[in-house]
Design a binder for this molecule. Sequence first.
Ligand SMILES: *[C@@H]1O[C@H](CO)[C@@H](O)[C@H](O)[C@H]1NC(C)=O
Ligand SMILES: *[C@@H]1O[C@H](CO)[C@@H](O)[C@H](O)[C@H]1NC(C)=O
Length: 978
Amino acid sequence: MRFWSLVGVVTLLTAGETLAFKAHDFKTCSQSGFCRRGRALSARAKEAKSSWVSPYSVEPSSVSISANQAVFSAAVKSSLYPEINFGLEVRIHDDGVARVRMDEVGGLRKRYDEAASWALIAEPTISKDVKWTTGKKDTRAVYGQKKEIEVVVQHQPLRISLLRNGKEQIVLNGEGLLHMEHFRNKVEATTTEQPEPVEGEGAEGEESSEKAEEQVVLKAENPRAWFEGDTEDALFEETFSSWTDSKPKGPESLSIDIDFPNHGVVYGIPQHATRLALPSTTGKDPTFDDPYRLYNSDVFEYLASSPVSLYGSIPLMHAHSTESTVAVFHVVGSDTWIDVSHESDKSTQTHWISESGILDTFLLPGPTAEDVFKQYTRLTGTSVMPAHWSLGYHQCRWNYVSSEDVRTVQQRFDEEDMPVDVFWLDIEYAEDHKYFMWKDKNFPDPVEMTNDVAANVIVDPHLKRNDDYPAFKQASDLGILVKPPSGQGEYEGWCWPGSSSWTDFFNPASWDWWINIFKPNAVEGRWTWTKSTTDIHIWNDMNEPSVFNGPEISMPRDNIHYGGWEHRDVHNINGMLFSNLTYQAVAARTDPPQRPFVLTRAFYAGSQRFGAMWTGDNLGTWEHMAVGIKMVLANNLGGFSFAGSDVGGFFGNPEPEMLVRWYQVGAFAPFFRAHAHIDTKRREPFLLDEPYKGIVKNILRLRYTLLSVWYTAFRETSVTGMPILRPQFIMFPKDKAGFTIDDQYYIGSSGLLVKPVTEKGAIDAKVYLAEDQVYYDYLTNFAYRGSSKGKEITVPAALHQLPLFLRGGSILATRERPRRASSLMHHDPFTLKVALSQAGTARGELYLDDGVSYDHTKGYFIWREFSAAKSGKKGVRITSKDLGKTKPAEAVDGVSLASYDPSNKFVQSVADVRVEKVVVLGLAGKPSSVKVEGQNEELVWEYVPGVAASEKKDGNASVLVIKDPRVLVKDDWAIVIQ
Ligand SMILES: *[C@@H]1O[C@H](CO)[C@@H](O)[C@H](O)[C@H]1NC(C)=O
Ligand SMILES: *[C@@H]1O[C@H](CO)[C@@H](O)[C@H](O)[C@H]1NC(C)=O
């Protein structure tokens, strides 16, 4: 299908858009010593073909299996360095996940081995159901319900594979690219020959001047040279642009190939601006020249199609085929480059090259995407239930300049009846960019202002170096700032406030300090943020960390953190600790705690536990609008569903048409915020002319009518780990045509399918339906019938239209009353939209709680199931049932309730909330009666004939509207249509 092969192709920059992305600020692989070495290794392996053999092998005599059978351990040697020892361990968890760890043992120094301790929520439970057997050539574990999974550790050369039913799913070191560079002392050079330019090194590589490196020419016949190359390349010192990295520990990189035989597509490893199904970076027909990179970076005006690293890193990769989904979670906190190649459409090869850290890789056996998400979130946690208001619309700008300004903007939203939940103040609220310190002249009344207007503020991790700034002074006195390479004193770099230092959140002494700062009442006589309220929520930006005058706009890698670890070891984890602590600080302001909202730019595996993220400083272009959708989808696959991109684009002045389309994109992302750069024109939606203004107002209102749908989707992800946004391959894992589709997606289990339009001048759009099912246009009730062979439909998509569908078989609970903010909706009645399937059935859920406290973890919530089933000859029976009662243990947020009280405190607080309308789509004919079961009274209803769900044709669906059935949301009831 030609059309689908074009889907998701992101065009390059348009003519008007200058190449403002500063490529020279960031390393390419060829400018990074360890990446160069890793890629050169793979080039030599490719050249040597079948004669290439990994020098690593298991010492058979050292193999030992723990008494409980779940842990394999063994000594590993590299034939190149017989004097160096490595330890390998493979453990099988109770959910079938296999964890592979390898480290140098008794080395000169210690490799960083704490990445998992920050990412994981708990030490995983070891399986009791594994049997290891050691043979001559290998040691293998067999497990699974039908003993269908096998983990095989081949001894020589070392090769680790995971099989299901005898078929290989994941293979480590199958290509022999494993290389854990051992610690060594610098040997004074014996020769000083210049290195040959290594594979892949272009002109830009040369200007980066690695010439200072000691070069030891090794003999060609030397097997070390055969494996590692002829010359030592950037092992002990490395220069990039004007920066020199002292690399006091010398080389310690880690290279490993991870292959997915029998899996033709891979997804994940956010964050990159590219297609969801990751294009190749090497092998045949690569789309990109460089590997994907994970190195949290503040990339100015990033490209809309590129493998460069962006603000966050989640080293989780899914591999998919019509038969299974599997994944690897490669827990490393250092700079990591990942090559992807698809030698055939049936398998995928990847090569991971990290600067430091131990090998700590989790093999997630699936076999379904649901299983993979469960396995992954059992390791790193699920997204938590957000504060309900945070699913509303966020209005942001750099900057609303004064209290007056914010109040006026809020007033204008109210005058136009445009819903909005919160306003964000960017860095200019703070005097000299000293966060917590209001610019008094412009914000003379911060407490009153934040009480009047729901205003939230930014707090960045850099602290202005000024003794008059209490946050800096306290951190400096406590000795909790990141240290320079000498390990003495305070690292000083340049950021918004000028000369700045950074708190070292790896230092436990920083934790209570940071949590206390946010308290509106002074703690033990210390300065805290007294000019604040417990309603202010926080946006953490620049936490990659961004350092304007540092290498790659970040911190020098040889900076020192707590425990003596270098910044290089923890770089990608750093931003997560900041949002973790801010999240705790915001929660701790009240007793009992209220659900915090923390927005973060940098992230790592596990960041989903601490709030939301956005895709950073995008551009106001169609290309960025389109790729933002893919980036948010990729983030959802990375376990971090609460994601969105800046509506309108951060940079530029989008024309009205683009802005409208961008609102349509934003309204269908879990996190919905408009934001703009300081140099842009004001573009709040009320400033638009008609018809644009009216269209945006309708989009905002549509978002608010669907808030309970989003909230219900969050409940599900908080328990199952299933992403909120679901691309085709998750919904239809066997439909190959859907594997590369990344511009349409489903929202949770709601049955909503959306295809945002991201093309200028569009009047229609193509949507792919993978199944023989009816899809109802959400706004017009037009019924489209899909096909089990897959079918592309063309739907109207002029500016005021939006390709949004309700899948047959779904019941949606919406709140249709226009309100100015979500907080005003708690007692609003519901409308149920019953979209009958071709089989005449439907199902949906509604989850509600108070949206602010943690009472839901005590069982204070409503969780209902609505179903529609055939009743009698042509009748339908719609029922409401209490899921809290039937499945209390699976209800919410990682708590396993033993029981649930259907008349709990929350239920009582919304006892009066009723269903005000029921709309049934696709009935086969006009009913003769509609009644609440057990009551004689005929309900008030209206029927418009049209296409029935069972009919295999397109057309306006039949619509039955039942007005005010007088049933309550909290009750069990049935409505019978005869
Ligand atoms: C981060 O969050 C988790 C809870 O998810 C917590 O257990 C941990 O102690 C937190 N702190 C740090 C510094 O990571
Ligand atoms: C379908 O409904 C639309 C209104 O949504 C109407 O304009 C159109 O005439 C209807 N078509 C038919 C065939 O009834």
